[in-house]
Design a protein around this ligand. Structure first.
Ligand SMILES: Cc1cc2nc3c(=O)[nH]c(=O)nc-3n(C[C@H](O)[C@H](O)[C@H](O)COP(=O)(O)OP(=O)(O)OC[C@H]3O[C@@H](n4cnc5c(N)ncnc54)[C@H](O)[C@@H]3O)c2cc1C
Ligand code: FES
Ligand code: FES
Length: 482
């Protein structure tokens, strides 16, 4: 039986007989008694359980990521370093991130405070995804129900930010270097009587493993799958963890476009996607909070097949293609063809999503991608509209309009597209396309919006694209009665 081993401060923690879907939060609170890390929601939403996970790279540097311990399965930690709120400061002295929260009255009941401190600590050492980011962006995954954010933001502004060594990170780096054997011991699966956890290190190994276990559940960042366990109490039997498959997380940016491995995390994909078009970068900024973006992957978002997943409509509008692999066989298809029906995607047993190619938009293509949700940060879309319209002078040469939240799958609006193609770039053309959306969609009513709301705002998103071209900025809700 293999065990999970990771570094906690300067000590190696070895866990035997691990339940592969046991969470780090439960381990910290119930076995290690590190009760500073709190459970607020157990679904990645509130940030009360924020910890930092560090990985040693080929250049002997540790990359730190703030993640939610409540949806982090224990074997995902194998070979890595962990810092919790108890790791900060020195005996008898608060860390500057803690000191600032005290000095600026950033804590009332204190339940959320360790999570905020860990996010701010991450910012203070230049952890992944924090460089050049506003404190609002860094704290978007932390919720407080009682202090009020003014004093927390004031505390945050008082903490020096940037890439720098800190006592806890120096200890971890020394520890990771000393304990080389921590990582790379992936040969044996974790095998219990019911659950089995495999962790390949290359796509070739992944392909082989999945061929041998075609019904295995792939786990990437576990920001979807984690909730199946913590909220739905689903029992996963055979799992293959793809988060340590280095060549699944690569990307290649060329003049033609961007190829992204399915294992690329949002935090690493945001900038290159933003270079393809700023709306794409902005969209990624609004997926979950930083802790979710530090763990979640583009491949997971696509493979999950949710009708309200954010990346599929945007990537469909841009003409992305998906490459699936089974053993040594690969096939590539337009991304929209992958989504067949609700909960049903074009993926055969033994196949996995390997990569995605997004063509670079041409200079004649106008693009608009907008996510509508009740909250700006850390919220799921009610409707997402993504439009790529190619012009020949003032005439629409081609149009790709894709929506999330309007049907059982992410879907193109083919009637509205037809209303645009061959027509002049004009208000009347956009009005005709907006009306054609009624033939494309019969959206459902749910907690995020009524059917009528969805149809109205979808049409307004199109109208707004026209107005934006005339230099007018207008709220989607102002355009017509919603
Ligand atoms: C608090 C919170 C906020 C969120 N906010 C948003 C949001 O704003 N917008 C949004 O779109 N989503 C959101 N999500 C959902 C989630 O973060 C995304 O869907 C994410 O992209 C999933 O990626 P993952 O790597 O965590 O996938 P996992 O949870 O590991 O896996 C998801 C699914 O994909 C499969 N899978 C993973 N990788 C592969 C692969 N390479 N090949 C085949 N199958 C694979 C898994 O088997 C599983 O079925 C949120 C989640 C949380 C917890
Ligand atoms: S407990 Fe709320 S994010 Fe983990
Ligand atoms: S201080 Fe009470 S929830 Fe934030």
């Amino acid at each position: 039986m293999s065990e999970v081993r990771f570094l906690l401060d300067d000590a190696v923690v070895e866990l035997r007989d691990v339940d592969p879907t046991g969470t780090l939060l439960d381990l910290l609170r119930y076995r290690l008694r590190r009760i500073g890390t709190k459970e607020g929601c157990a679904e990645g939403d509130c940030g009360a359980c924020t910890v930092l996970v560090g990985t040693l790279d080929d250049q002997d540097q540790v990359h730190w990521r703030a993640v939610n311990a409540c949806i982090l399965f224990l074997p995902m930690l194998d070979g890595k370093a962990l810092l919790t709120v108890e790791s900060l400061g020195k005996p008898g002295a608060l860390h500057p991130a803690q000191r600032a929260m005290v000095d600026h009255h950033g804590s009332q009941c204190g339940f959320c405070t360790p999570g905020f401190v860990m996010s701010l600590y991450g910012r203070s050492i230049g952890a992944c995804g924090t460089k050049g980011k506003s404190v609002g962006d860094v704290l978007a995954g932390n919720l407080c129900r009682c202090t009020g954010y003014g004093s927390i933001l004031a505390a945050a502004e008082a903490i020096p930010a940037g890439e720098r060594d800190d006592h806890a990170t120096v200890v971890a780096l020394t520890g990771l270097r000393r304990t080389e054997t921590l990582s790379g011991r992936y040969a044996d699966p974790l095998s219990g009587s019911i659950r089995h956890w495999h962790r390949p290190l290359s796509t070739d190994d992944l392909a082989e493993l999945l061929t041998a276990h075609p019904d295995a559940r792939l786990i990437a960042g576990a920001t979807d799958v984690g909730l199946w366990v913590t909220k739905q109490h689903r029992v996963l039997e055979t799992m293959i963890f793809v988060g340590d498959v280095a060549d699944l997380a690569t990307m290649n940016e060329t003049d033609d476009g961007l190829r992204m491995g399915a294992g690329l995390r949002y935090v690493d994909a945001a900038e290159p996607l933003g270079r393809l078009h700023p709306d794409l970068g902005e969209l990624v900024r609004r997926i979950g909070g930083p802790q979710v973006r530090n763990a979640g992957t583009i491949g997971g978002n696509i493979a999950n097949g949710s009708p309200i997943g954010d990346t599929p409509p945007a990537l469909i509008a841009l003409g992305a293609t998906l490459t699936l692999r089974c053993g040594d066989e690969r096939r590539t298809l337009p991304l929209e063809d992958y989504f067949i029906a609700y909960g049903h995607q074009d993926r055969q047993p033994g196949e996995f999503v390997e990569s995605l190619f997004v063509p670079r938009p041409t200079s004649t293509t106008r693009i608009a991608i907008t996510k509508l949700s009740k909250r700006f940060d850390s919220d799921i879309s009610a409707v997402l509209g993504a439009f790529a319209i190619d012009l020949d002078g003032d005439t629409v040469r081609s149009a790709r309009l894709a929506f999330g939240g309007m049907a059982a799958t992410p879907k193109r609006a083919t009637n509205a597209e037809q209303a645009l193609v061959g027509q002049p770039w004009s208000e009347a053309t956009f009005e005709a396309a907006a009306m054609a959306l009624h033939d494309d969609f019969k959206p459902l009513t749910d907690v995020r919006g009524s059917s009528g709301y969805r149809l109205t705002v979808a049409a307004n998103l199109l109208r707004r694209m026209w107005l934006a071209g005339t230099g007018e900025t207008v709220s989607v809700l102002e355009l017509a009665d919603v």
